[in-house]
Design a protein around this ligand. Structure first.
Ligand code: 4NP
Length: 154
């Protein structure tokens, strides 16, 4: 199963979702079943490592963010089975970028977490440390819920 996590810049939220979900997949011994990646709806940070603040907060919880930022491309909509957006604007942007022959399912990442009414992972880029911790809290919960859901659908 091919899964792509998408936010705006692909330096804070979606690299975190990719790393945390990969951690849960590996702990479940399912790494051979999944191909994971992340991308941004804008490519202004393409080629850059994840945001240093995000990496620091993530590493305190044991996650290494080693993805390099890239923009979403048309091929992503044919290549991936699922594309998970971090917020509503990301989802709208994805919907407007999708080519006519897109096969990927598009949805909000947090839609798959029944334990929260929150639908968006808030953009932490212009805020302080609490925003990065909030990203990690939401992403950890949602990764566990999503993995449970995808396993039950197989
Ligand atoms: P992300 O955060 O979408 O979670 O990677 C942001 C990264 C960069 C910018 C905004 C949000 N930016 O405006 O450059």
């Amino acid at each position: 199963m091919k899964v792509l996590f998408v936010c705006l810049g692909n330096i804070c939220r979606s690299p975190t979702a990719e790393a945390v979900f990969r951690d849960r997949v590996e702990k479940a011994g399912l790494d051979k079943l999944f191909e994971l990646d992340s991308a941004g709806t804008i490519a202004v940070h393409a080629g850059e490592a994840a945001d240093a603040r995000m990496r620091q907060h993530a590493s305190k919880r044991g996650y290494q963010l080693d993805s390099i930022s890239r923009g979403v491309v048309a091929e992503d909509f044919r290549n991936f089975d699922h594309i998970f957006a971090m917020d509503q604007q990301n989802l709208r942007d994805l919907q407007s970028m999708a080519p006519a022959d897109a096969t990927a399912s598009l949805s909000l990442f947090l839609e798959h977490d029944p334990s929260t009414d929150t639908l968006e992972v808030p953009d932490p880029y212009y805020g302080g440390g609490a925003g990065f911790e909030r990203v990690l809290d939401l992403v950890e919960e949602a990764s566990e819920a999503l993995l449970t859901k995808l396993r039950s659908e197989r």
